[in-house]
Design a protein around this ligand. Structure first.
Ligand code: NAD
Ligand code: UDP
Length: 320
C-alpha cells in the first residue's frame, strides 16, 4: 500500500485515477482547486477511509508526506485554459516547481501529465517522442502548450540536477465519463448537442483529425509508467493510434445516439492542429506491452450513457 497524492484529482482524468488507485488498496490524497473539476466526480469515493480531499491551488506550495505524486492539475480544454491564460501558465510552471520541490524534499516519485499539445500543429506524422514540435509561442493556445513544455523542462532539470525520480507522459485526446459537459471539448460538445437535438458544431470543414483514447486505457498506461524502473523518465506518448476526422466523429455520435441533429460549420479556431496521432512504440516497449484496448464506438457508448444520465438529471448514485 502506497500513499499517493493526485493534483487535479477532482477533474475528469484525476477522478478515474483516484478510483483506480483506491481500488488497488492505496491511500489517496486528492488535491484540487475546483476550477474545472467537481466534487461530483469523487463524491462516491468519500466514504472510503483511505481517501482524502483537500482544496488547494498548486500555484502555492503544499507540504505532505507521500510516496508518489501524479501531477494533473491544469485546465485541459481550450475554452477553460484560455479563460485565464496567465493563470494557466502559472499552474503549469509554478505548479510544477511546487510539486517538484515537494518531491525533492520528501523523495517521492512524481509523474507529469504532459500533452500531445507539446507537438503543436505537427509537421511529422504520427508523432514520436523525439519530435520537438511546431508550437506558436504567442498564440491563443500557447499558455497551455508552452506551459506544458516548460513543465517538461523543469521535470528533466529536477531529475538531472537534483536526482528527483520523474516520469513524463504525453497524453493524447482522452474522453470518457466525468468529462465536464460544458468544457467545450469536441467529444462532450457533440454528445450533448446530439442528446439535446441541437446542431452539431463542426469547426472548419471537419477534416482535421484527432486520435481519441478512452480514459481507462490512459489510466492503465499512467500507472504502468509510474511503476517503471527509476532510470526511465520518458517522455512517453499515451494515446490511441486510430485517427478520425471531426466529421467521422460526428457521424459516429449521431449513429450511436440515434439523434437527428444537423451538422453546422463554424470557423476554425486559430492554431487548431490539423492532424494528431501518437506513435506508441515506446509505450508498448516500456510499459509491458501496453496498448489501447477500447476502440471508439465502445468508448463512446459508455460516455453517451454517462451524459444521458446527466442530461436526464439521474441522481448521482444511479450513475455508472
Ligand atoms: P480537467 O479540467 O477535467 O481536470 C483538471 C483538474 O485540475 C480539475 O479538477 C481542476 O479543477 C484542477 N485544477 C486546475 N488548476 C488547478 C490549480 N491551479 N490547482 C489545483 N487544481 C487545479 O482536465 P483533464 O482532462 O482531467 O486533464 C487532466 C490533466 O491531463 C491535465 O494536466 C491535462 O493537461 C492533461 N491532459 C489531458 C488530456 C485530455 O484529453 N483530457 C490530454 C492531454 C493532457
Ligand atoms: N471541435 C469542433 N467542434 C466543437 C469543439 C471542437 O469541431 O464543438 C474541433 C476543434 O476545432 C479541434 C477538435 O475538434 O479541431 C478537437 O478539439 P478539442 O477542443 O476537443 O481538443 P484539442 O483541439 O485540444 O485537441
Amino acid at each position: 500500500m502506497k500513499r499517493i497524492l493526485i493534483t487535479g484529482g477532482a477533474g475528469f482524468i484525476g477522478s478515474h485515477l483516484c478510483e483506480r488507485l483506491l481500488k488497488e488498496g492505496n491511500e489517496v490524497i486528492c488535491l484540487d482547486n475546483y476550477f474545472t473539476g467537481s466534487k461530483k466526480n469523487i463524491i462516491h469515493l468519500m466514504k472510503n477511509p483511505l481517501f482524502e480531499v483537500i482544496r488547494h491551488d498548486i500555484t502555492t506550495p503544499f507540504f505532505i508526506e507521500v510516496d508518489e505524486i501524479y501531477n494533473l492539475a491544469c485546465p485541459a480544454s481550450p475554452v477553460h485554459y484560455q479563460y485565464n491564460a496567465i493563470k494557466t501558465t502559472k499552474t503549469s510552471v509554478i505548479g510544477a516547481i511546487n510539486m517538484l520541490g515537494l518531491a525533492k524534499r520528501i523523495k517521492a516519485k512524481i509523474l507529469q501529465a504532459s500533452t500531445s499539445e507539446v507537438y503543436g500543429d505537427p509537421q511529422i506524422h504520427p508523432q514520436p517522442e523525439s519530435y520537438w514540435g511546431n508550437v506558436n509561442p504567442i498564440g491563443p493556445r500557447s499558455c497551455y502548450d508552452e506551459g506544458k513544455r516548460c513543465a517538461e523542462t523543469l521535470f528533466m532539470d529536477y531529475h538531472q540536477q537534483n536526482d528527483v525520480c520523474i516520469k513524463i507522459i504525453r497524453i493524447f485526446n482522452t474522453y470518457g465519463p466525468n468529462m465536464n459537459p460544458n468544457d467545450g471539448r469536441v467529444v462532450s460538445n457533440f454528445i450533448m448537442q446530439a442528446l439535446k437535438g441541437e446542431d452539431i458544431t463542426i469547426f472548419g470543414d471537419g477534416s482535421q483529425t484527432r486520435s481519441f483514447q478512452y480514459v481507462d486505457d490512459l489510466v492503465e498506461g499512467m500507472i504502468r509508467m509510474m511503476n517503471t524502473e527509476d532510470a526511465f523518465t520518458g517522455p512517453v506518448n499515451i494515446g490511441n493510434q486510430k485517427e478520425y476526422t471531426m466529421m467521422e466523429l460526428a457521424e459516429n455520435i449521431l449513429e450511436l445516439t440515434g439523434s437527428d441533429s444537423k451538422l453546422i460549420f463554424k470557423s476554425l479556431p486559430q492554431d487548431d492542429p490539423q492532424r494528431r496521432q501518437p506513435d506508441i512504440h515506446l509505450a508498448t516497449a516500456k510499459l509491458n506491452g501496453w496498448k489501447p484496448e477500447i476502440q471508439l464506438k465502445e468508448g463512446l457508448s459508455k460516455t453517451i450513457q454517462y451524459f444521458e444520465a446527466i442530461y436526464h438529471g439521474t441522481p448521482l448514485k444511479e450513475r455508472n
